[in-house]
Design a protein around this ligand. Structure first.
Ligand code: 13P
Length: 345
């Protein structure tokens, strides 16, 4: 096993998942301000310190994805965040794409940018202690408008594959994230067809670029009905459709699949992961790499205390991380969501 393969296996090891805390300055500012906290480099640092220093977090979290600003920041006692994570049994990751930009000639569609200079940035991030990277491609569905177009799927798959090859060359495990957005009025059937097609295209591009599939982590969206579709899907339907899609498109060489939450509520994201892990062994580990579904309750609790008391936010984060850890082995229960007084910590 190569070092990168070992890192990828560690990222998706049983019982653990990934905390996505790599919001750009613009997105982090939006979320902090919505919670009533002014966004400054120091408030963003303090918020990330609250998350990362949660006691016991490493029991259910294998790694944390950071934004460039955070990777260069430190805890209040001066320990650089990447060092803090390594010292506490978690791997630091870094978002390396520079965002989804309008795709020329294709209104409503984007291609994710960030390949220029990526080899040099990867080398710098390795020097700063990063162990893995993330790149998010965004696919939107609008059946009436012919979205996604072939051009959008192909451009994003190609960019993901070139990013993954550059990361592996430079010593980072690439998280390959093709997100099919939940926005739209499409049915779950359309979501499944589009997601299957996108994943097949991504794996064809990864093969073409010579990417080692045993040294990546796939971060897909789940197969769900569009938010505006009016369709509701049972938890078991989402689990069945998502696994059918993945089995039809993801090679067994991939060590693990770490889902994004994509606008699902925290408990729903846990319930879906749990249901998938109840459906029996799969070729890959099935885990979480949630952003909002892990952070939203923690941000609300922390901001509710004026951003000064770490413990309330940390209790909320630890609780969600534990619930998702249980979902990894299909042992989550609804009762876990209403813990006894004092059991949250
Ligand atoms: P969400 O879980 O909030 O979708 O975020 C995951 C992520 O990393 C998006 O790129």
């Amino acid at each position: 096993m190569t070092n990168l393969q070992a890192t990828a296996a560690a990222m998706v090891a049983p019982g653990r998942g990934i905390l996505a805390a790599d919001e750009s300055v613009a997105t982090a500012s939006k979320r902090l301000e919505a919670a009533g906290v002014a966004s400054t480099p120091e408030s963003r640092r303090a918020y990330r310190e609250m998350l990362l220093t949660t006691p016991g977090l490493s029991e259910s979290v294998s790694g944390v994805i950071l934004f460039d600003e955070t990777l260069r920041q430190s805890t209040s006692d001066g320990t650089p965040f990447p060092d803090y994570l390594h010292d506490h049994g978690m791997l630091p990751g870094i978002k390396v794409d520079t965002g989804a930009k309008p795709l020329a000639g294709h209104p409503g569609e984007t291609v994710t940018e960030g390949l220029d200079g990526l080899r040099e940035r990867v080398a710098e991030y390795v020097g700063l202690g990063a162990a893995f990277a993330k790149w998010r491609a965004v696919i939107s569905i609008s059946v009436g408008d012919g979205r996604p177009s072939r051009a959008c799927t192909a451009a994003n798959a190609h960019a993901l594959a070139r990013y993954a090859a550059l990361c592996q060359e430079g010593g980072l495990v690439p998280i390959v994230e093709p997100e099919v957005l939940i926005d739209g009025d499409h049915t779950i059937e359309v979501c499944e067809a589009v997601t299957t097609d996108v994943l097949r295209e991504v794996f064809a591009a990864l093969a073409e670029q010579g990417v080692d599939l045993e040294a990546i982590v796939l971060k897909p969206s789940m197969v769900v009905p569009g938010k505006g579709s009016g369709q509701t899907a049972l938890v078991t339907e989402v689990a069945t459709a998502t696994l059918r899609c993945l089995r039809a498109s993801v090679p067994a060489a991939v060590p693990g699949i770490a889902f994004l939450s994509g606008g699902q509520g925290p408990e729903m994201a846990t319930a879906h992961l749990h249901a998938m892990n109840r459906l029996g062994p799969q070729p890959w580990e099935l885990t979480f790499s949630y952003g909002r579904a892990l952070q939203d309750p923690a941000l609300a609790a922390w901001a509710g205390d004026g951003g000064t008391v770490a413990e309330s936010g940390q209790a909320a984060l630890r609780h969600r991380a534990r619930c998702n850890s249980a979902a990894r082995s299909g042992t989550w229960t609804v009762a876990m969501e209403t813990p006894e007084e004092g059991d949250v910590g």
